[in-house]
Design a protein around this ligand. Structure first.
Ligand SMILES: N[C@@H](CCC(=O)N[C@@H](CS)C(=O)NCC(=O)O)C(=O)O
Length: 98
């Protein structure tokens, strides 16, 4: 995790969190906002716009929708923006486990 004083780096190749996303996806932007609020570095991976070609996401989280995240720190991989937001806030927010 980064220090809270530095802005989060969305291009951090060695960050434990990878965010699979699409340009202009409002669900993805919601997750980005929370990552930024929590000051978490993450690695952005923009997926294929064509749903049927998102095998990498399907393999990781069992669904082809984005956003999806993989957190190597905790071994969690998940889709669904509301679940991701809840996970990030619970794990890395005030009073979180990490
Ligand atoms: N309920 C999902 C909706 C996500 C969603 O619809 N994402 C769009 C991109 S903005 C997507 O992946 N669409 C492809 C599809 O639905 O198959 C969430 O909140 O994460």
């Amino acid at each position: 995790m980064s220090a809270t004083s530095a802005p989060p780096n969305p291009e951090s190749q060695d960050a434990p969190i990878t965010l699979y996303r699409l340009q202009a996806c409002p669900f993805c932007e919601r997750v980005v906002r929370v990552l930024e609020e929590l000051g978490l570095d993450y690695h952005s991976r923009f997926v294929e716009p064509l749903h049927s070609e998102r095998d990498v996401v399907k393999r990781l989280v069992g669904a082809r929708t984005v956003p999806a995240i993989v957190d190597e720190e905790t071994g969690v991989a998940m889709a669904e923006s509301a679940n991701i937001v809840e996970y990030l806030e619970t794990t890395y927010g005030d009073g979180g486990e990490a």
